[in-house]
Write a protein that binds this ligand. Structure first.
Ligand code: GLU
Length: 497
């Protein structure tokens, strides 16, 4: 049993509104969501907007939409209301840090009163100089505690004078901070390596450390899951919990996400925003499934998991310690699997807008049901729909007539075969114009006339597509319909003559 006894599990996702939901953030939110559900707990969403210089207009709404799209809506905190607007729910609010400044100021003051934090009036110029001198002397840069020497009267004088100041947390010297991370195991830090942290800035805003600790405490969060990049902040947080006399939550730090060259996953090497994946036509279920397996696996061969299944089998204790490579091809594989599982109607509905974007004019006489059925088996994201089959929609195909000739065949044979193929096709009834029936009939026609498959099917396929590679001539003919098929065969004859 944890320090918290029977207290309900409360996890939180605490994004900063910097413009998009990072794929690593999606994994953090997913694990927090799953962990909360596994323990009949509560998944809280808090907005960490104390760094106002990084804030992007509309980012909170965007974050919430991306999370909702992924199926990871919070139970409490900041969420999307029924009207689609940003709303707040819960008893521990406000859940947006910029609305909690007074709370942080009160707690920072409490630490000053207890002698565990102090006012610092050093100017940026002095701090710069200090840093430069330490660097020249080959020392680790750190604050030299100049302001800790001030007497209470001096401090009062400066405050009364309205001098610019921050509040620094006084890190106790020579202590070992030890904690058991759920993922990384035992972690140790020595306080000698930690600088006296600013907890309250001169503009009255808290820094991340103070805000995070105060909020996790006030919002009764007892399970903190976050990326490994925050691991070095954790000893500072633990010291703050101790200074306040609060119970320390359980921490779980997730391994970094890496590019295939093992560098940290970055925007430069591809998309990192969930919104980009959504817009390219990845399905939320596929992205969630893929992300769940970045740094964790169930220990079996099974790879396809719904969110409900993940809630059953996921184990935070089995998350790997070392970085997880983000393999785009694997994601594409997951997405194509999920696309194949859609029913054809659903697929069409989702793919249609992408088709309209990729193809200027979609002629109504095409058999689009067949077109979409082929694409559903072929593409790995919806944005690819129609990309490789542009010839279907083209008014004219631009190809070299030689392309129609199969291997070393004679031009005259190909011409003759194309002509008799047209005569043959003209015999077929409309209901027979389906790939399977076309294939059967055309193969019979080839056999009964002692023709060579290659000398009929190659020129047919090439005449219909103008491409070296494509779906079968029967499938293409089904999509094109009888008139367009015969028209393209006639055009081929004209080109070849
Ligand atoms: N606001 C931090 C972020 O944007 C969250 C850090 C934490 O989870 O403690 O990633």
């Amino acid at each position: 049993m944890s320090l918290f006894g029977k207290q309900k599990t409360r996890t939180r996702f605490a994004p900063s509104p910097t413009g998009y939901l990072h794929i690593g953030g999606l994994r953090t939110a997913l694990y927090e969501y799953i962990f909360a559900k596994q323990n009949q707990g509560t998944f809280v969403l808090r907005i960490e907007d104390t760094d106002q210089t990084r804030e992007v207009e509309g980012a909170v709404g965007g974050l919430l939409k991306a999370l909702k799209w992924a199926g990871l809506e919070a139970d409490e905190g900041i969420l999307l209301g029924n009207d689609g607007k940003v709303a707040e729910k819960g008893n521990f609010g406000p859940y947006t840090q910029s609305k909690r400044l007074k709370i942080y100021q009160k707690y920072a003051q409490e630490l000053v009163n207890k002698g565990q934090a102090y006012y610092c009036f050093c100017t940026p110029a002095r701090l710069e100089e200090l840093k430069a001198n330490q660097q020249t002397a080959g020392q680790l840069t750190h604050y030299d505690r100049e302001c800790l020497k001030l007497t209470p009267d001096e401090i009062k004088g400066k405050l009364d004078n309205g001098e610019r100041h921050v509040i620094r947390f006084q890190i106790p010297e020579g202590q070992e901070i030890k904690f058991q991370d759920e993922v990384k195991g035992e972690i140790k830090f020595n306080t000698t390596d930690i600088d006296d942290q600013i907890i309250l800035k001169s503009d009255g805003f808290p820094t991340y450390h103070l805000a995070s600790v105060v909020d996790d405490y006030s919002m009764k969060i007892n399970y903190v899951i976050r990326g490994e990049e925050w691991l070095s902040s954790t000893p500072k947080h633990i010291l703050l919990y101790q200074a306040f006399g609060w119970a320390v939550p359980q921490f779980a730090h997730l391994p970094l996400l890496l590019n295939s060259d093992k560098s940290k996953l970055s925007k430069r090497q591809g998309d990192v925003a969930v919104e980009d994946y959504r817009d390219h036509g990845y399905l939320p279920e596929a992205l969630v499934n893929f992300v769940a397996l970045l740094g964790w696996n169930p220990g079996t061969e099974k790879e396809i998991f719904s969110l409900a299944e993940l809630i059953k089998v996921f184990d935070i204790k089995k998350v790997h310690k070392s970085g997880a490579v983000f393999n785009q091809e694997k994601l594409n594989w997951f997405n194509s699997e999920y696309l194949k599982k859609l029913n054809p109607g659903e697929f069409q509905k989702m793919a249609r807008p992408y088709l309209e974007k990729n193809i200027k004019q979609v002629s109504p006489d095409l058999n689009l049901d067949k077109f979409f059925a082929i694409e559903q088996q072929r593409i790995s994201r919806l944005s690819e729909v129609g990309e490789d089959l542009k010839f279907i929609f083209a008014a004219d195909l631009n190809y070299q007539a030689e392309g129609l000739i199969w291997k070393k065949s004679a031009k005259a044979t190909i011409l003759k075969n194309l002509k008799s193929l047209i005569v043959e096709l003209q015999k077929y009834d409309k209901p027979d114009w389906r790939a399977e029936t076309l294939e059967k009939n055309i193969r019979d026609f080839i056999a009964s006339n002692n023709l060579l498959n290659g000398e009929v099917l190659w020129p047919m396929r090439f005449a219909l597509t103008g491409e070296e590679k494509s779906p079968t001539p029967f499938e293409v003919a089904e999509i094109l319909g009888p008139e367009k098929t015969i028209k393209r065969l006639k055009e081929a004859i004209e080109k070849l003559k």
